[in-house]
Design a protein around this ligand. Sequence first.
Ligand SMILES: [Zn+2]
Length: 310
Amino acid sequence: MPNRRALIGAIAAGLLVTALPLAARAQEKLPVVASFSILGDFVREVGGDRVSVTTLVGANGDAHVYSPTPADAKAMAAAKLIVVNGLKFEGWMTRLIKSSGAKAAVATATTGITPLKGEADHDAKAGHGHDHDVDPHAWQNAANAKVYVANIRDALVKADPAGRAAYEANATRYLADLDAVDGEVKAAVARIPADRRKAITSHDAFGYFVKAYGIQFIAPQGVSTEAEASAKDVARIIRQVKAEKVPAVFLENVTNPRLVEQIAKESGAKIGGRIYSDALSDATGPAGTYIAMMKHNISEIEKALAAGPA
Ligand SMILES: [Zn+2]
């Protein structure tokens, strides 16, 4: 017979270790939850090996419409910091924060960014209760990504003051990388003839990209993927593609390709490849990080728009 008393003692000791607060275990990483993959990448860049990041909406996932899982709620409850995009991108996060009993600080990464307008009228017509009067896709401008990173750095310092030097050094290095990619996108756009700087995507995810870099994107679907494009909107876009000789349509990683394939077929525009709007690819794909995503997107855009018809 094993010694019953020793056994109980061992179990109690085990419980005691797992119940110790995180701060008491010096080498423990700061648990951070990010609502979607692009934020998760920013937190990893700034947090480095001091943080352990859980991303709720993963690679190629659509964060406009998402149903949280029990595992998500568990990660939220254990988090010391929760990072969200804001601008009404992930409305389900507000409910999840409440229902999970999360105690962590919530950092809104877009704080300080002037939002672009969405399409309030469009949704009112569709009879939706949802409010998409602001465009949430601010990360599509690398200058805005720098604001995200500064906000994340400050939130990490607040949640883990002992890591200040590391967070500041990581952020400084990464902010320089973002400046470099911003310059690369601008240089690529400059190589595209001015009258060919226009394209089609499924949903209106590139408003900030349009404003920052001067490529016009037209989309049959609004700033959220929740509402379907109407037949009327699709017909209008097909007419516009023909009239303005829009060179290419792009598939998005988070939306069904059917709609833009139909537009390409009926308008004669070519399909310019797949670009990443609202989520990264998995690590083995072409857009496993934010910087890889921006480089991949502009490379696909330049390839499709720079050359005239053969
Ligand atoms: Zn979107």
